[in-house]
Design a protein. Structure first.
Length: 291
């Protein structure tokens, strides 16, 4: 599966990424140093980008012609489109920028100044300035185009949509803002964060990898759906630990601004930062954290 000549760059990048995920699982079982943690996260982000970029390049000719009823690969007849590969590249890059920003926020010299933390928040949000350069594949296409509302696949994609909203406004923008206002908080080396970050990165590639196994006859569609459901459940559970570090006001404000001021992530995040800072200055910020 990884030794063929066709798409060799993607095969090798995928093998390296899969191996690195296995390394990540083993690291959950032991206590690791901050340096090891940083190195693992950097390599994980770079391999994720390499896997998606190599897929988009190696399979561009064949998959540019792919056409599905909706987005995603949970349908038995679906094929990953070139558009989905490009969009996935954006989110892999976003992952890398976020984890680098969060690690830098934990550096004592930088965490001591609110201006430095605000600059790192800007860095974490900066990739959204080029979001318009990447395709958009909507989850809602999988349950809003005449599909039966109670069928399994539309239900799974509806849950995925809600998970994405939770990720974007609470675990991305909300978390970045909250940590920018929480000097001295060391999150990225905690066991709860390590589990969440691994689940998130595995979720980004699991659907594509398992679909390849189904197409080649190594796995049944039923097993694919079961693994997807388990991963979605596990990712949501792991996210609960991270949510304890997020000011409730931050994701609420982020979601509200997304509804009334779409496609302006940099400005919206700056407003969310200001609102959350105001609440913290009023002395009730800690009350608004999830617990």
């Amino acid at each position: 599966m990884f030794a063929g000549r066709y798409g060799r760059r993607h095969r090798l990048a995928g093998l390296a990424l899969l191996t690195w995920h296995v390394v990540g699982i083993s690291l959950l079982l032991i206590r690791i140093s901050d340096c090891t943690c940083i190195c693992y996260d950097l390599v994980l982000g770079l391999l994720g980008i390499a896997a998606t970029v190599s897929a988009a390049r190696d399979f561009e000719t064949a998959h540019r012609r792919a056409s599905n009823v909706a987005s995603g690969t949970l349908e038995p007849s679906a094929t990953v489109t070139h558009s989905e590969m490009l969009e996935h590249t954006f989110y892999q890059g976003l992952n890398l920028v976020q984890i680098v920003s969060l690690h830098l926020m934990e550096v004592p010299l930088l965490s001591a100044a609110v201006s430095a933390r605000a600059a790192l928040l800007l860095l974490a949000t900066l990739p959204w300035a080029v979001r318009c350069q990447f395709p958009v594949n909507r989850f809602s296409d999988n349950y809003s185009k005449g599909q039966h509302p109670l069928a399994l696949l539309p239900l799974l994609y509806r849950v995925k949509k809600y998970q994405y909203l939770l990720y974007k406004h609470a675990l991305l923008h909300g978390l970045n803002v909250s940590l920018a206002l929480s000097p001295g908080l060391e999150l990225t080396t905690s066991p709860g964060w390590r589990l969440y970050w691994l689940c998130l990165n595995v979720a980004y590639v699991m659907e594509f990898f398992t679909q390849t196994l189904v197409k080649r006859g190594y796995m049944s569609q039923r097993v694919l759906l079961l693994l997807q459901a388990l991963l979605m459940l596990g990712s949501s559970g792991a996210a609960l630990f991270v949510l304890r570090n997020v000011y409730v006001i931050a994701p609420i404000a982020s979601l509200a601004l997304n509804l009334v001021h779409r496609h302006h992530e940099l400005i919206n995040t700056a407003v969310v930062f200001g609102c959350t800072l105001l609440w913290a200055q009023l002395g009730i910020g800690d009350v608004l954290r999830w617990s």
